[in-house]
Design a protein around this ligand. Sequence first.
Ligand code: PBG
Length: 324
Amino acid sequence: MFPVQRGRRLRRNENIRALVRETRISLDNLVMPYFVVPGENIKKEILSMPGNYHFSIDKLIEELKEIEQLGIKSIMLFGIPERKDEQGQEAHSKRGIVQRAVSEIKDRGINLTIITDVCLCGYTSHGHCGIVKNGVIDNDATLEIIAKTALSHARAGADIVAPSDMMDGRVKVIRTLLDEHGYKDTLIMSYAAKYASAFYGPFREAFESTPAFGDRTSYQMDPPNIKEAMKEIAMDIEEGADIVMVKPALCYLDVISKAKERFDVPIAAYCVSGEYTMVELAADKGLIDRNKAIFEILISIKRAGADCIITYFTKYVAKILRNP
Ligand code: PBG
């Protein structure tokens, strides 16, 4: 017998496999997204994203107390406004849904890091992420409103603001406005390489943000491009982003991996609604093992180089980690 290289020795039993495991999932790096709506006593399941809910602020607080106990450390907040209009005014209102939710969460002493999604698409009647002029999304007209929105979130107590609009120059405008108002310690997590993806489908139903005309391809990135992603990320870092995000995650693991090699800032990855719902539906049908699929997906995103992952699986994972 020739001298066989015995790679299998490292996989002999679970203890040895654990000893040499290269990547691990920890709640330290997972962020659970939530959708908050006006009203009281509301906890309504989102049909396109089973296991996720529209929460009114009071019910959200109950939920957050629960997940704090589970060991979750960070959440991302999306607000669904009372009223939508052309300019997305409620996005930066002091009494807006996100602003009220954040300040109540902080007032209750809930010790979670709050990341707020900063965008207009949920707040505009046309559902685009910016101001529309003559049928096109006007970049520079959008910047001021995006920055005002970020500032209003910081004032309410957001720890991290996360602009997801993909307008050029927004990180710079946000950083400048935050600094001018004394919010020097508020972090910016920019959705730096956000692709125009089919995998946002279930989210748009949850967020009521499907564009009324056209699509988002004039501002979100074209899926075939990776060099352009590096350029977008470099620009956002240059403008002052503390953390840069690649979104979605699974179809873009190469982008995450390249970004990790190239840049010295933390890389976040957003495992989006479509990625979540595909697994849930397949698992419900008994076609895949839910646990294994979820861990395999999250591990792959981490292995690719993501430092933190925004994922709707966070609460599920927290329960599994507690009771394996
Ligand atoms: C808003 C925003 C979107 C998501 C996060 N922020 C939707 C979009 O760009 O259409 C997607 C999240 C998900 O699918 O889970 N701009």
